[in-house]
Write a protein that binds this ligand. Structure first.
Ligand SMILES: [Zn+2]
Ligand SMILES: [Zn+2]
Length: 262
């Protein structure tokens, strides 16, 4: 959490730190999986055609800077509210039990996923899709740089589920950091373009309730269905899961490409 006095100074310092840190992590994943691993990981590749080009990457990085600026502004606002004692955030570990901290993390992931699912379906309505969500879907062959390639409105709305929670529910401050790391890991996995999870993953709970790289990749190629972020169950409960999801997850690589031209 930030502690500098001037909000603008806080913003710029945090923006530079976040942007450098984020681009280093995403760049390393891209180099390892997409460059170094291009041949080695061919059998894990989800889409047959490689369509990423420099133009797509520049477009994605440009949008990512906007998303990170909005995320940083949110973090600064949260810091200021916390410093003013307006939130229910607390850095005092003795005020929490360990199971309470874990429950708050899982509870927020569930709430955030419902928030994401509902907004994601709205963003696919034609009016909002054309004006907002089409930016994210310009990336069809998704890669780690696609993660935060959003229109500013989408960047704001998808990240805002945390605000009411901070004012209503006591949360241990480091749990926010854990949520941020989990969110980023899940997002990078969803846009990896390669499926590295074992084939039993979709058979055994709790893993079978969770998202995979194939799950979100299908959202980008089919353009509808698989709207969830962390979990599958909202899509399953509301009948929006892409029917061939499990088959695609199991096949992947050469077996998949022999029967699929995506
Ligand atoms: Zn979408
Ligand atoms: Zn996506």
């Amino acid at each position: 959490m930030l502690e500098q006095a001037h909000p603008l100074a806080m913003f710029f310092q945090a923006f530079v730190t976040q942007t450098v840190g984020y681009l280093v992590v995403v760049g390393l994943v891209f180099l390892v999986v997409w460059r170094w691993g291009e041949e080695r990981f061919r059998g894990s590749r989800i889409q047959a055609k490689k369509r990423v080009n420099q133009k797509q990457l520049v477009f994605e990085v440009k949008n990512t800077l906007g998303t990170l600026a909005i995320g940083t502004a949110s973090a600064v606002i949260i810091s200021l509210c916390y410093a003013a004692g307006l939130t229910k955030l607390s850095a005092d570990a003795s005020a929490f039990t360990w199971w309470g901290i874990i429950a708050s993390i899982i509870g927020f992931l569930l709430l955030n996923d419902l928030w994401f699912y509902a907004w994601h379906r709205l963003l696919h309505q034609p009016w909002l899709y054309r004006r907002v969500h089409a930016v994210h879907h310009k990336s069809v062959d998704v890669n780690p740089f696609s993660v935060y390639s959003f229109h500013p409105f989408e960047a704001f709305i998808l990240g805002s589920a945390i605000f009411p929670v901070l004012f209503l529910v006591p949360i241990y401050l480091p749990a926010l950091g854990v949520l941020q790391v989990l969110g980023m890991m899940n997002n990078i996995m969803s846009h990896l373009g390669y499926e590295f999870l074992p084939r039993w993953y979709t058979r055994i709970p709790p893993f079978r309730w969770m998202n995979t790289a194939t799950f979100h990749n299908l959202h980008h190629t089919k353009l509808n269905g698989n709207y969830g972020l962390f979990f599958r169950f909202w899509d399953r409960a509301l009948g929006t899961e892409v029917p061939e999801y499990e088959e695609t997850f199991l096949k992947r690589g050469a077996a998949l490409h022999a029967s699929n031209t995506n």
